[in-house]
Design a protein around this ligand. Structure first.
Ligand SMILES: Cc1cc2nc3c(=O)[nH]c(=O)nc-3n(C[C@H](O)[C@H](O)[C@H](O)COP(=O)(O)OP(=O)(O)OC[C@H]3O[C@@H](n4cnc5c(N)ncnc54)[C@H](O)[C@@H]3O)c2cc1C
Length: 466
């Protein structure tokens, strides 16, 4: 076992694999990935439960902003390895499905709610907010009006983020939230038109076999090579001044440059730099946990669910904020598509929104029945549960000020922290962004090309479709 590498990478999720793939592409082999789990892929992994149902860590959809990522996806699974889907997402509210984006389809609401929403939009046109919003809640009211805010945006966003929207900033939003257009909303009501297509992800592709995890498994095994990825090796300490990492098996490995993809706050607690106050600063970053419940079912989904991809749940009767009809993504996500189907739910958690993990499966099944997605508990033939304490990097008020102190400090010690929780920027934390953060980091280190995605998320996201 070599004890020194030019590049040492912590974590084999999309970011670490992106960096490794790019290094090899440039002909560089003096690197190693240390991964604490016994599998690659990080949060983009997939599991097969005992009954043979496949599950992702929440509905993973590919919507790439980069040609490099698209090309790599083709290499990972081949052109035959994908299924293509039309995005169909809905909001379940007031005992009915409303097509997403909610604000364009308020005609589906009962008349009193519809009027409340329209009146709120008219009000923001009559009295537009001229000052910059203070936080996400402020932005929601200024952008959608009080009706849509109270009926959908506020309850839904609390359920997703697990923090009150006033604790979040709004400048991460960019393309992610479709903004209200009074003329469009009114026309849709009067003409009784549905308004479904929105944003970058109105079509998407999904692996035919093995769930999202198959992509990253193949990249690790076929394109990078498992000789460069050491599994079951948790980094437990970093002596930054000596440029050494300590591994849980007692090994010490030195490096010239360290790429970290574990959560940034955790990283700072295992370095010997804590006395500089850096760990205290990073501990101010907020995040939420994610709980995934998979429900394998016998029979067929009811007709209403036959073509739906995912659904949003703003109401407080259910623990989940989103459900994916996972058997619609690939028939191979269930053992026998002729007699089985599957739903995958996501429930967020934080100190501000505690979750009873022990009873979550039972609560979820009860809510699925209440929401009319399944008829009874006898339909359930398999359940699966996985929880990750780090699920969503919260774009909290003050986040960038913290990152602007912590990241440059670490870089002075040749520690570069990238990816979903390494970079902690939600707006560039999907698979494509994460992979490209790894690739761009290598381009910077080896070719002197400045990075885009992490320092300039808006620029990276504007590249969609180009
Ligand atoms: C609920 C949910 C839904 C999502 N939906 C989508 C979607 O629809 N589309 C999309 O593109 N993306 C989606 N994502 C995001 C996607 O999962 C991430 O973009 C991606 O996994 C981030 O990759 P990463 O490598 O930065 O981090 P991670 O995947 O978190 O990988 C980090 C790796 O570091 C390892 N590690 C941590 N600590 C140590 C240590 N001490 N020593 C060694 N190894 C360590 C971990 O085990 C892990 O393998 C979703 C994520 C979640 C949670």
């Amino acid at each position: 076992m070599k004890q020194h590498y030019k590049y040492l990478i912590i974590g084999s999720g999309p970011t670490g694999l992106g960096a490794a793939y790019r290094l090899k592409e440039l002909g560089i082999t003096d690197f190693i990935i240390l991964e604490k789990e016994d599998y690659v892929g990080g949060l983009a992994t997939s599991f097969k439960d005992e009954k043979g149902f496949t599950w992702d860590v929440g509905g993973h959809v590919q919507f790439s902003h980069y040609k490099y990522f698209d090309d790599l996806m083709q290499k990972a699974l081949g052109t035959e390895g994908w299924l293509n889907h039309q995005r169909e997402s809905w909001v379940w509210i007031k005992n009915r499905f409303v097509p997403y984006p909610f604000q364009n389809n308020i005609r589906y609401l009962p008349k009193d709610s519809l009027w409340k929403c329209l009146n709120g939009i008219i009000d923001i046109y009559k009295h537009p907010q001229t000052r910059k919003p203070d936080h996400f809640e402020d932005w929601i009211y200024a952008t959608f009006g009080s009706g849509i805010a109270e009926e959908f945006m506020m309850p839904y966003n609390f359920k997703v983020w697990a923090y009150p929207p006033k604790e979040l900033s709004y400048n991460w939003i960019g393309e992610r939230v479709a903004v209200t257009d009074l003329a469009r909303a009114t026309k849709n009501v009067i003409m009784e038109e549905d308004d479904l297509s929105w944003g970058p992800n109105n079509t998407f592709q999904f692996p035919k076999y093995g769930g999202t995890g198959a992509i990253w498994k193949n990249i690790g095994e076929q394109l990078v090579g498992m000789e460069y990825i050491w599994l079951n090796k948790a980094v437990s300490g970093i002596r930054a001044n000596e440029k050494k990492v300590l591994v849980n098996d007692g090994n010490e490995i030195s490096y010239d440059f360290l790429l970290n993809t574990m959560p940034l706050d955790k990283l700072t607690t295992i370095t010997d730099l804590a006395q500089n106050g850096i760990s205290a600063k990073a501990s101010e970053l907020k995040h939420s946990a994610t709980n995934i419940i998979g429900v394998g079912l016998k029979g067929k989904p009811k007709a209403e669910l036959a073509t739906k991809c995912w659904m949003y749940f703003p109401e407080s009767n259910s623990p989940y904020y989103r459900i994916t009809v996972f058997s619609n993504y690939s028939p191979n996500n269930v053992p026998d598509i002729n007699t089985q189907w599957s739903l995958m739910t996501e429930t967020s958690e934080s100190d501000a929104k505690p979750v009873k993990r022990d009873t979550l499966i039972a609560e979820t099944i009860m809510a699925l029945i209440e929401d009319g997605l399944i008829e009874n508990a006898e339909q359930v033939i398999s359940t699966f549960k996985v929880s990750y304490d780090y699920g969503y990097p919260t774009p909290s008020v003050g986040r960038d000020e913290i990152l602007n102190v912590v990241q440059p400090f670490l870089e002075k010690h040749d520690i570069y922290s990238r990816g979903r929780f390494g970079g902690w920027k939600y707006e560039v934390s999907n698979q494509d962004h994460s992979l490209m953060q790894g690739v761009e980091w290598v381009n910077r280190m080896e070719l002197g090309i400045p990075e885009t995605t992490l320092p300039f998320p808006g620029t990276a996201n504007a590249m969609w479709g180009k």
